[in-house]
Unconditional design. Structure first.
Length: 152
């Protein structure tokens, strides 16, 4: 249990983070790009999702509606990045990773505050200038390699 706690909370010295990035062939510019992808997708989803409690009326969407919304948001995101000459594959494990992430944290969060802090979480996840824990580096490395192999 102590190792798990350390993995989640102990900050890694900056020199070790630099070594980690070098060993895993992680480039700062791409970390920023992949962060922009996640944050842009979050904002597209958040600005267009209709399945929220709006006071007097509550709109309940089916899972198919939610999936259709995600598919539309994903296609919109890719189209926006294509306009900037950044081509990302439409389908693949990167898309499935992102879909599951947003289903778990945005569409069906176990607690409401998760959804409310998602923007801040994403900004923090891709901030390569901050201090990292081992778990932060593991997550960032996994996302980095998923997206890096799916750039065209």
């Amino acid at each position: 249990m102590e190792n798990f706690f350390s993995w989640m909370t102990k900050l890694i010295p900056k020199e070790e983070v630099i070594i980690w990035f070098n060993v895993h062939n992680i480039h700062y510019e791409k970390v920023e790009l992949f962060g922009d992808i996640f944050i842009s997708l979050y904002r597209i989803i958040d600005e267009t999702y209709l399945g929220e409690d709006t006071g007097e009326t509550k709109i309940i969407l089916s899972f198919d509606d939610i999936n259709s919304h995600f598919e539309w948001a994903w296609a919109t995101l890719l189209d926006n990045f294509n306009k900037e000459n950044i081509s990302i594959k439409l389908d693949g494990d990167h898309k499935e990773y992102v879909r599951e992430f947003f289903i778990d944290t945005y569409y069906f969060p176990p607690q409401k505050n998760i959804k409310e802090t998602l923007d801040e979480f994403l900004l923090d996840t891709f901030d390569y200038k901050k201090s990292f824990t081992k778990s932060d580096l593991d997550i960032l490395t996994e996302i980095y390699h998923l997206f890096n192999k799916n750039l065209n």
